[in-house]
Ligand binder design. Structure first.
Ligand code: SF4
Length: 375
Protein backbone atom coordinates (compact mmCIF):
# COMPACT_ATOMS: atom_id res chain seq x y z
CA UNK A 1 0.00 0.00 0.00
CA UNK A 2 2.78 2.47 0.90
CA UNK A 3 5.11 2.42 -2.09
CA UNK A 4 4.64 6.20 -2.36
CA UNK A 5 6.91 8.77 -0.74
CA UNK A 6 5.45 10.33 2.40
CA UNK A 7 4.91 14.02 3.15
CA UNK A 8 5.23 15.94 6.41
CA UNK A 9 2.66 18.52 7.52
CA UNK A 10 3.28 20.87 10.45
CA UNK A 11 0.34 22.82 11.84
CA UNK A 12 1.21 26.15 13.46
CA UNK A 13 -1.94 26.82 15.52
CA UNK A 14 -1.73 30.60 15.99
CA UNK A 15 -3.39 33.59 14.32
CA UNK A 16 -3.28 37.24 15.39
CA UNK A 17 -7.05 37.45 14.99
CA UNK A 18 -9.70 34.99 13.94
CA UNK A 19 -11.22 35.45 10.45
CA UNK A 20 -15.00 35.19 10.85
CA UNK A 21 -15.44 32.48 8.18
CA UNK A 22 -12.64 30.20 9.38
CA UNK A 23 -13.25 26.79 10.88
CA UNK A 24 -9.58 25.72 11.14
CA UNK A 25 -8.12 25.28 14.56
CA UNK A 26 -6.07 28.26 15.69
CA UNK A 27 -5.51 30.18 18.90
CA UNK A 28 -4.81 33.89 19.36
CA UNK A 29 -2.69 33.23 22.50
CA UNK A 30 0.57 33.93 20.71
CA UNK A 31 2.46 33.92 24.05
CA UNK A 32 2.13 30.11 24.04
CA UNK A 33 4.37 29.89 20.95
CA UNK A 34 7.59 28.84 22.81
CA UNK A 35 5.74 26.06 24.69
CA UNK A 36 4.18 24.94 21.45
CA UNK A 37 7.55 24.76 19.69
CA UNK A 38 9.02 22.69 22.55
CA UNK A 39 6.06 20.30 22.29
CA UNK A 40 6.34 20.14 18.51
CA UNK A 41 10.01 19.12 18.75
CA UNK A 42 9.11 16.41 21.25
CA UNK A 43 6.38 15.15 18.94
CA UNK A 44 8.95 14.96 16.13
CA UNK A 45 11.16 12.80 18.38
CA UNK A 46 8.20 10.47 19.05
CA UNK A 47 7.92 9.77 15.31
CA UNK A 48 11.67 9.73 14.70
CA UNK A 49 12.43 7.85 11.45
CA UNK A 50 8.94 6.33 11.30
CA UNK A 51 8.06 7.84 7.93
CA UNK A 52 11.36 8.19 6.09
CA UNK A 53 12.19 9.70 3.72
CA UNK A 54 9.95 12.71 3.08
CA UNK A 55 9.92 14.58 -0.22
CA UNK A 56 7.60 17.36 0.93
CA UNK A 57 7.28 19.47 4.06
CA UNK A 58 4.30 21.80 4.37
CA UNK A 59 4.20 24.34 7.20
CA UNK A 60 0.59 25.49 7.43
CA UNK A 61 -1.88 26.77 9.95
CA UNK A 62 -3.03 28.97 11.47
CA UNK A 63 -0.54 31.61 10.43
CA UNK A 64 3.00 30.19 10.20
CA UNK A 65 4.33 33.52 8.96
CA UNK A 66 3.92 34.78 12.56
CA UNK A 67 7.05 32.77 13.35
CA UNK A 68 10.38 34.53 13.07
CA UNK A 69 12.93 33.25 10.53
CA UNK A 70 14.94 31.95 13.52
CA UNK A 71 11.97 29.94 14.81
CA UNK A 72 11.31 28.57 11.33
CA UNK A 73 14.96 27.61 11.05
CA UNK A 74 14.74 25.82 14.39
CA UNK A 75 11.74 23.86 13.07
CA UNK A 76 13.64 22.77 9.98
CA UNK A 77 16.72 21.85 12.04
CA UNK A 78 14.54 19.60 14.19
CA UNK A 79 12.84 18.13 11.13
CA UNK A 80 16.24 17.21 9.69
CA UNK A 81 17.41 15.86 13.05
CA UNK A 82 14.49 13.45 13.27
CA UNK A 83 13.65 12.61 9.66
CA UNK A 84 15.37 12.11 6.39
CA UNK A 85 14.48 14.57 3.60
CA UNK A 86 15.34 13.73 0.01
CA UNK A 87 17.61 16.23 -1.73
CA UNK A 88 14.99 18.23 -3.65
CA UNK A 89 12.30 18.19 -0.97
CA UNK A 90 9.55 20.72 -1.60
CA UNK A 91 9.37 22.88 1.55
CA UNK A 92 6.31 25.14 1.58
CA UNK A 93 5.40 27.93 3.98
CA UNK A 94 1.90 29.41 4.15
CA UNK A 95 2.08 33.17 4.38
CA UNK A 96 -0.28 35.98 5.36
CA UNK A 97 0.47 39.11 3.29
CA UNK A 98 0.18 41.26 6.42
CA UNK A 99 3.27 39.65 7.99
CA UNK A 100 5.79 40.13 5.23
CA UNK A 101 8.73 42.25 4.50
CA UNK A 102 11.68 41.80 2.23
CA UNK A 103 14.14 40.72 4.90
CA UNK A 104 11.72 38.06 6.24
CA UNK A 105 11.39 36.62 2.73
CA UNK A 106 15.14 36.64 2.10
CA UNK A 107 15.81 34.99 5.45
CA UNK A 108 13.32 32.17 4.91
CA UNK A 109 14.71 31.47 1.48
CA UNK A 110 18.12 31.26 3.07
CA UNK A 111 17.00 28.51 5.46
CA UNK A 112 15.70 26.27 2.67
CA UNK A 113 12.04 27.19 2.22
CA UNK A 114 11.61 26.85 -1.54
CA UNK A 115 7.87 27.35 -2.03
CA UNK A 116 5.45 29.86 -0.54
CA UNK A 117 1.70 29.93 -0.56
CA UNK A 118 0.24 33.38 -0.03
CA UNK A 119 -3.28 33.69 1.43
CA UNK A 120 -4.45 36.62 -0.72
CA UNK A 121 -8.13 35.51 -0.89
CA UNK A 122 -9.19 38.53 -2.99
CA UNK A 123 -7.86 41.59 -4.81
CA UNK A 124 -11.05 43.43 -3.95
CA UNK A 125 -10.94 45.62 -0.84
CA UNK A 126 -14.65 45.15 -0.06
CA UNK A 127 -14.42 41.37 -0.27
CA UNK A 128 -11.35 41.37 1.98
CA UNK A 129 -13.30 43.50 4.47
CA UNK A 130 -16.28 41.16 4.41
CA UNK A 131 -13.96 38.19 5.03
CA UNK A 132 -12.38 40.01 7.96
CA UNK A 133 -8.86 39.62 6.59
CA UNK A 134 -6.19 41.67 8.32
CA UNK A 135 -4.39 42.63 5.10
CA UNK A 136 -5.24 45.06 2.30
CA UNK A 137 -5.02 44.60 -1.46
CA UNK A 138 -1.91 46.80 -1.45
CA UNK A 139 -0.22 44.55 1.12
CA UNK A 140 -1.08 41.47 -0.97
CA UNK A 141 0.45 43.01 -4.08
CA UNK A 142 3.58 44.07 -2.18
CA UNK A 143 3.92 40.58 -0.67
CA UNK A 144 3.83 38.96 -4.09
CA UNK A 145 6.29 41.46 -5.59
CA UNK A 146 8.64 41.11 -2.61
CA UNK A 147 8.47 37.31 -2.86
CA UNK A 148 9.51 37.44 -6.50
CA UNK A 149 12.29 39.87 -5.69
CA UNK A 150 13.52 37.61 -2.91
CA UNK A 151 13.87 34.87 -5.53
CA UNK A 152 10.81 32.69 -4.90
CA UNK A 153 10.10 31.08 -8.23
CA UNK A 154 7.59 28.60 -6.87
CA UNK A 155 4.70 30.60 -5.52
CA UNK A 156 1.06 29.78 -4.89
CA UNK A 157 -1.80 32.22 -4.34
CA UNK A 158 -5.00 31.27 -2.50
CA UNK A 159 -8.27 32.93 -3.51
CA UNK A 160 -11.90 32.57 -2.37
CA UNK A 161 -15.03 32.86 -4.52
CA UNK A 162 -18.74 32.66 -3.85
CA UNK A 163 -18.55 35.41 -1.22
CA UNK A 164 -21.95 37.05 -0.48
CA UNK A 165 -22.50 40.10 -2.71
CA UNK A 166 -19.53 39.22 -4.91
CA UNK A 167 -20.53 39.45 -8.55
CA UNK A 168 -18.92 37.57 -11.40
CA UNK A 169 -17.24 40.70 -12.78
CA UNK A 170 -15.45 41.42 -9.51
CA UNK A 171 -14.34 37.77 -9.17
CA UNK A 172 -12.97 37.79 -12.71
CA UNK A 173 -11.12 41.03 -11.88
CA UNK A 174 -9.49 39.24 -8.96
CA UNK A 175 -8.46 36.37 -11.24
CA UNK A 176 -7.15 38.81 -13.84
CA UNK A 177 -5.03 40.57 -11.28
CA UNK A 178 -3.76 37.25 -9.89
CA UNK A 179 -2.44 36.06 -13.24
CA UNK A 180 -0.56 39.30 -13.87
CA UNK A 181 1.94 37.95 -11.30
CA UNK A 182 2.14 34.61 -13.17
CA UNK A 183 2.02 32.53 -9.97
CA UNK A 184 3.10 28.94 -10.49
CA UNK A 185 0.04 27.74 -8.56
CA UNK A 186 -3.44 29.02 -7.78
CA UNK A 187 -5.99 27.60 -5.37
CA UNK A 188 -9.54 28.89 -5.81
CA UNK A 189 -11.77 27.80 -2.96
CA UNK A 190 -15.50 28.17 -2.79
CA UNK A 191 -16.52 29.91 0.44
CA UNK A 192 -18.33 27.52 2.76
CA UNK A 193 -19.80 28.92 5.93
CA UNK A 194 -19.88 26.47 8.83
CA UNK A 195 -22.65 27.21 11.32
CA UNK A 196 -20.15 27.51 14.21
CA UNK A 197 -18.35 30.52 12.67
CA UNK A 198 -19.40 34.19 13.10
CA UNK A 199 -20.22 34.60 9.39
CA UNK A 200 -22.09 31.28 9.44
CA UNK A 201 -24.24 32.53 12.31
CA UNK A 202 -24.93 35.85 10.56
CA UNK A 203 -25.93 33.96 7.44
CA UNK A 204 -28.28 31.73 9.44
CA UNK A 205 -29.79 34.85 11.02
CA UNK A 206 -30.67 36.01 7.49
CA UNK A 207 -28.26 38.98 7.30
CA UNK A 208 -27.06 37.80 3.88
CA UNK A 209 -27.15 34.69 1.78
CA UNK A 210 -24.48 32.67 0.03
CA UNK A 211 -24.81 32.08 -3.72
CA UNK A 212 -27.10 29.18 -4.62
CA UNK A 213 -25.86 25.95 -6.17
CA UNK A 214 -26.39 27.01 -9.80
CA UNK A 215 -24.53 30.26 -9.13
CA UNK A 216 -21.65 28.43 -7.45
CA UNK A 217 -21.51 26.13 -10.45
CA UNK A 218 -21.28 29.18 -12.72
CA UNK A 219 -18.38 30.58 -10.62
CA UNK A 220 -16.64 27.21 -10.80
CA UNK A 221 -16.96 26.82 -14.58
CA UNK A 222 -15.97 30.43 -15.32
CA UNK A 223 -12.91 30.08 -13.06
CA UNK A 224 -11.86 26.88 -14.77
CA UNK A 225 -12.31 28.32 -18.23
CA UNK A 226 -10.62 31.63 -17.43
CA UNK A 227 -7.54 30.02 -15.90
CA UNK A 228 -7.24 27.31 -18.54
CA UNK A 229 -7.41 30.00 -21.23
CA UNK A 230 -4.58 31.72 -19.34
CA UNK A 231 -2.47 28.54 -19.59
CA UNK A 232 -3.13 26.95 -16.20
CA UNK A 233 -3.91 23.25 -15.77
CA UNK A 234 -7.03 22.65 -13.69
CA UNK A 235 -5.56 19.57 -12.02
CA UNK A 236 -7.83 19.24 -8.98
CA UNK A 237 -11.27 20.60 -8.04
CA UNK A 238 -9.81 23.78 -6.46
CA UNK A 239 -6.25 23.77 -7.79
CA UNK A 240 -4.51 25.11 -10.88
CA UNK A 241 -0.87 24.85 -11.92
CA UNK A 242 1.21 26.62 -14.54
CA UNK A 243 2.63 23.28 -15.78
CA UNK A 244 2.44 19.84 -14.17
CA UNK A 245 5.79 20.43 -12.44
CA UNK A 246 4.09 23.15 -10.38
CA UNK A 247 1.28 21.00 -8.95
CA UNK A 248 1.54 21.03 -5.16
CA UNK A 249 3.64 17.96 -4.40
CA UNK A 250 2.40 17.90 -0.85
CA UNK A 251 -1.34 18.24 -1.51
CA UNK A 252 -1.25 15.49 -4.10
CA UNK A 253 -0.42 13.08 -1.29
CA UNK A 254 -3.87 13.66 0.17
CA UNK A 255 -5.50 12.76 -3.15
CA UNK A 256 -3.54 9.64 -4.03
CA UNK A 257 -3.41 7.90 -0.64
CA UNK A 258 0.29 8.53 -0.10
CA UNK A 259 1.36 8.33 3.53
CA UNK A 260 1.66 11.61 5.44
CA UNK A 261 2.56 12.59 8.96
CA UNK A 262 0.77 15.57 10.50
CA UNK A 263 2.29 17.26 13.56
CA UNK A 264 0.70 19.90 15.78
CA UNK A 265 -2.84 20.38 17.09
CA UNK A 266 -5.62 18.97 14.88
CA UNK A 267 -3.17 17.59 12.31
CA UNK A 268 -4.14 14.33 10.57
CA UNK A 269 -1.85 11.47 9.57
CA UNK A 270 -2.24 8.51 7.25
CA UNK A 271 -0.12 5.39 6.76
CA UNK A 272 -1.04 2.05 5.21
CA UNK A 273 -4.65 1.56 6.28
CA UNK A 274 -4.40 3.70 9.42
CA UNK A 275 -5.58 7.26 9.90
CA UNK A 276 -5.19 9.23 13.12
CA UNK A 277 -5.60 12.81 14.24
CA UNK A 278 -4.26 14.99 17.02
CA UNK A 279 -6.12 16.85 19.77
CA UNK A 280 -7.63 20.00 18.34
CA UNK A 281 -7.13 22.08 21.48
CA UNK A 282 -3.66 23.53 22.04
CA UNK A 283 -3.93 22.98 25.81
CA UNK A 284 -4.71 19.30 25.40
CA UNK A 285 -1.98 18.90 22.82
CA UNK A 286 0.58 20.48 25.17
CA UNK A 287 -0.60 18.51 28.23
CA UNK A 288 -0.51 15.13 26.46
CA UNK A 289 2.99 15.68 25.14
CA UNK A 290 4.16 16.91 28.53
CA UNK A 291 2.89 13.63 29.99
CA UNK A 292 5.06 11.77 27.47
CA UNK A 293 2.18 10.49 25.30
CA UNK A 294 1.37 10.87 21.63
CA UNK A 295 -1.14 13.76 21.34
CA UNK A 296 -3.56 11.56 19.40
CA UNK A 297 -7.26 12.19 19.86
CA UNK A 298 -8.62 9.47 17.62
CA UNK A 299 -7.71 6.85 15.04
CA UNK A 300 -9.33 4.50 12.60
CA UNK A 301 -8.36 1.43 10.65
CA UNK A 302 -9.80 1.50 7.17
CA UNK A 303 -11.12 -1.69 5.57
CA UNK A 304 -10.20 -2.47 1.97
CA UNK A 305 -13.76 -1.50 0.99
CA UNK A 306 -13.36 1.92 2.67
CA UNK A 307 -9.97 2.44 1.04
CA UNK A 308 -11.45 1.62 -2.37
CA UNK A 309 -14.29 4.09 -1.93
CA UNK A 310 -11.94 6.80 -0.74
CA UNK A 311 -9.57 6.20 -3.64
CA UNK A 312 -12.48 6.46 -6.06
CA UNK A 313 -13.76 9.66 -4.47
CA UNK A 314 -10.30 11.25 -4.28
CA UNK A 315 -9.30 10.13 -7.78
CA UNK A 316 -12.41 11.73 -9.26
CA UNK A 317 -11.36 15.06 -7.76
CA UNK A 318 -8.28 15.11 -9.97
CA UNK A 319 -8.04 15.79 -13.67
CA UNK A 320 -5.74 12.74 -14.08
CA UNK A 321 -8.50 10.54 -12.75
CA UNK A 322 -7.89 6.89 -11.92
CA UNK A 323 -5.74 4.32 -13.71
CA UNK A 324 -7.92 1.20 -13.68
CA UNK A 325 -4.94 -1.19 -13.68
CA UNK A 326 -3.23 0.61 -10.76
CA UNK A 327 -6.51 0.65 -8.87
CA UNK A 328 -6.89 -3.09 -9.34
CA UNK A 329 -3.41 -3.93 -8.12
CA UNK A 330 -3.51 -1.49 -5.22
CA UNK A 331 -7.06 -2.09 -3.95
CA UNK A 332 -7.76 -5.57 -5.28
CA UNK A 333 -10.86 -4.42 -7.12
CA UNK A 334 -11.84 -4.25 -10.76
CA UNK A 335 -13.73 -0.96 -10.91
CA UNK A 336 -15.26 -1.62 -14.32
CA UNK A 337 -16.93 -4.83 -13.24
CA UNK A 338 -17.53 -3.93 -9.57
CA UNK A 339 -19.24 -0.59 -10.30
CA UNK A 340 -20.24 -1.30 -13.90
CA UNK A 341 -23.83 -0.05 -13.83
CA UNK A 342 -23.23 3.16 -11.93
CA UNK A 343 -20.11 4.01 -13.97
CA UNK A 344 -22.05 3.51 -17.21
CA UNK A 345 -24.79 5.78 -15.89
CA UNK A 346 -22.31 8.48 -14.86
CA UNK A 347 -20.66 8.28 -18.26
CA UNK A 348 -24.02 8.56 -20.04
CA UNK A 349 -24.86 11.63 -17.98
CA UNK A 350 -21.56 13.29 -18.80
CA UNK A 351 -19.91 13.23 -15.34
CA UNK A 352 -17.05 10.89 -16.21
CA UNK A 353 -15.35 9.44 -19.24
CA UNK A 354 -13.61 6.08 -19.51
CA UNK A 355 -10.83 5.85 -22.05
CA UNK A 356 -7.32 4.45 -22.45
CA UNK A 357 -7.65 2.41 -19.27
CA UNK A 358 -8.48 5.43 -17.12
CA UNK A 359 -11.52 6.90 -15.45
CA UNK A 360 -11.65 10.69 -15.76
CA UNK A 361 -14.01 13.30 -14.34
CA UNK A 362 -15.32 15.62 -17.08
CA UNK A 363 -15.21 19.38 -16.26
CA UNK A 364 -18.85 18.99 -15.22
CA UNK A 365 -17.92 15.97 -13.07
CA UNK A 366 -15.11 17.97 -11.46
CA UNK A 367 -17.62 20.69 -10.55
CA UNK A 368 -19.77 18.22 -8.65
CA UNK A 369 -16.94 15.99 -7.40
CA UNK A 370 -18.30 16.04 -3.86
CA UNK A 371 -21.54 14.41 -4.97
CA UNK A 372 -19.67 11.87 -7.12
CA UNK A 373 -18.31 10.48 -3.85
CA UNK A 374 -21.79 9.10 -3.12
CA UNK A 375 -21.51 6.40 -5.77
S1 SF4 B 1 -5.56 33.58 9.08
FE1 SF4 B 1 -6.18 31.62 8.11
S2 SF4 B 1 -6.18 30.10 9.77
FE2 SF4 B 1 -6.13 32.14 10.73
S3 SF4 B 1 -8.25 32.61 11.18
FE3 SF4 B 1 -7.80 33.51 9.17
S4 SF4 B 1 -8.36 31.93 7.66
FE4 SF4 B 1 -8.25 30.93 9.67
Amino acid sequence: MDSKTPGLYIHIPFCLSKCPYCDFYSSTSISAMPDFLDALFREMEMYRHRFNPFDSVYIGGGTPSLLSPEQLEEILINVRKNFHLISNTEITLEINPADLNHSFLESIRGIGINRINIGVQSFNEKTLGFLGRRHSVRQAVLAIEDAREAGFNNMGIDLIYGVPNQDMASWLETLKQAITFAPEHLSCYQLTLESNTPLGRRCQAGEFSVPREERQYEFFMKTSQFLEDAGYIHYEVSNFARGMEHCSRHNQKYWDHSPYLGLGPSAHSFQSNQRWWNHRSLDQYLATIKAGDFPIQGKETLTMEQLQLEALYLGLRTRNGICLQDFKSRYDSDLLSGKKKILEKLEEEGFISIRDGRLYPTPFGLAIADSLSLI
